[in-house]
Design a protein around this ligand. Structure first.
Ligand code: NAD
Ligand code: MG
Length: 388
């Protein structure tokens, strides 16, 4: 890369955000940081803004503006707070934006970046799952570019024949299967939040770790893949691969299968997006297949992991279904992490919410947000029913 890239990181204090910062801080001559945002972590945000010399640091929780101002006293970093300020930060002119806020909370800021016609590295899968066609229409209208950060989609992006999609027969997303891959349905009843957030291969935020444990993460990724690549639902497949070395595969009509492999470290797909269409070096340990020795594959079990068929059905039905699935899942995962419901109740709440709410397909960002809010209200009621 010859010219310095101006970049913004939405969700800079999270797992993906800090991995992104790690890469850009290793190449101080290649990047200028325009804005960093976070929700509540004033200390983490201020420290990152100081280290990178960011122009802006924006905290989502408006109550924490004074604390942020204090933490950045004596620097040139400008500060702001509140959800609208995060969207404003997303609109600042840059060459590259990392969308790494977790959940539908990231939808408005991600759309704000898209509406500037920016190149957006998309980690925030919930935004694309909820807004689907609405986001893709905005991408088209404003000439934005979405680069997939999610390791599976990044793998597909690297293997896919973008010029002639008709040559592709199938896209297979791999899944680690999470920490409970081999557990009996009975044993899964008593799973605790601590057990669920301890992922065997990847170090990630709490929400996506629980999603990996229920395999809803793979369900969301199925929907994400449908929007990111020109394929039919029937061409999308899921394969459990416990080592998380093969990140996904693209099968061609002649029987050839191209896969992208690598050490499970998010800095590789993030670096691919950061340097795209070039490549950049990363500190990720090289893949050592001789030491790994073997790679295992198996079909996912829809009975113990009902989130996968739920997500596939939502994708097939389309319209508002994926937004409802996502909203109910966010509520249920939060309730599980707060120990208000059990692990197996997460999928039950998602299924119940889907079965009693069937609005018209969303046509605008506002209608997506309205569906999201109503699905959350219903799911929250279901959580209450479980608790009482
Ligand atoms: P995380 O919980 O570690 O970080 C989330 C970030 O979002 C933090 O910076 C937090 O301050 C910010 N945030 C949370 N709620 C917010 C709100 N209401 N308003 C504004 N900001 C808010 O999450 P993560 O693991 O880094 O995941 C981020 C996104 O990337 C998720 O959508 C996840 O599915 C996706 N993703 C993560 C990984 C991974 O390895 N962690 C891999 C693939 C995809
Ligand atoms: Mg993934």
């Amino acid at each position: 890369m010859n010219e310095r890239k101006r970049i913004t990181i939405l969700g800079a204090t999270g797992s993906v955000g800090t991995s992104t910062l790690d890469l850009i801080e290793r190449s101080p001559d290649a990047f200028d940081v325009v804005a960093l945002t976070a929700y509540r972590d004033v200390e983490g945000l201020a420290a990152a803004a100081r280290r990178t010399g960011a122009q802006w640091a924006v905290i989502g929780d408006a109550q924490r503006l004074d604390a942020l101002r204090e933490a950045l006293a004596g620097t040139n970093v400008q500060v702001a707070a509140g959800a609208d300020a995060i969207c404003d930060a997303a609109r600042l002119p840059v060459d590259w934006t990392m969308a790494a806020i977790v959940g539908c909370a990231g939808l408005k800021p991600t759309m704000a970046a898209v509406e500037q016609g920016q190149t957006v590295a998309l980690a925030n899968k919930e935004a694309l799952v909820s807004a689907g066609d609405v986001m893709l229409a905005a991408v088209q209208k404003h000439g934005a570019t979405l680069l997939p950060v999610d390791s599976e989609h990044n793998a597909v992006f690297q293997c896919f024949d973008h010029e002639a999609p008709r040559r592709v027969r199938k896209v297979t997303l791999t899944a680690s299967g999470g920490p409970f891959r081999e557990w009996s349905a009975d044993a899964m009843r008593a799973i605790t939040p601590e057990q669920a957030v301890a992922h065997p291969n990847w170090s990630m935020g709490a929400k996506i770790s629980v999603d990996s444990a229920t395999m809803m993460n793979k369900g969301l990724e199925l929907i994400e893949a449908f929007h990111l690549f020109p394929v039919d639902v029937a061409q999308l497949d899921i394969l459990v691969h416990r080592q998380s070395v093969v990140h996904s595969m693209v099968e061609y009509v002649d029987g050839s299968v191209l896969a992208q492999l690598g050490t499970p470290d998010m800095r590789t797909p993030i670096a691919y997006c950061l340097a795209w269409p070039d490549r950049m070096a990363t500190p990720c340990p090289p893949l050592d297949l001789a030491t790994i020795g073997r790679l295992d594959f198996e079909a996912p079990d829809p009975a113990r992991f009902p989130a996968i068929p739920l997500a596939r059905a939502a994708l097939e039905a389309g319209g508002a279904r994926p937004a409802i699935l996502n909203a109910a899942n966010e509520v249920a995962v939060a309730a599980f992490l707060e120990r208000r419901i059990g692990f197996l109740e997460i999928a039950v709440i998602v299924a119940d919410t889907l079965s009693c709410y069937d609005p018209e397909p969303p046509v605008s960002l506002d209608s997506v947000l309205a569906i999201d809010a109503e699905a959350r209200r219903i799911a929250e009621q279901r959580v209450e029913d479980c608790v009482s």
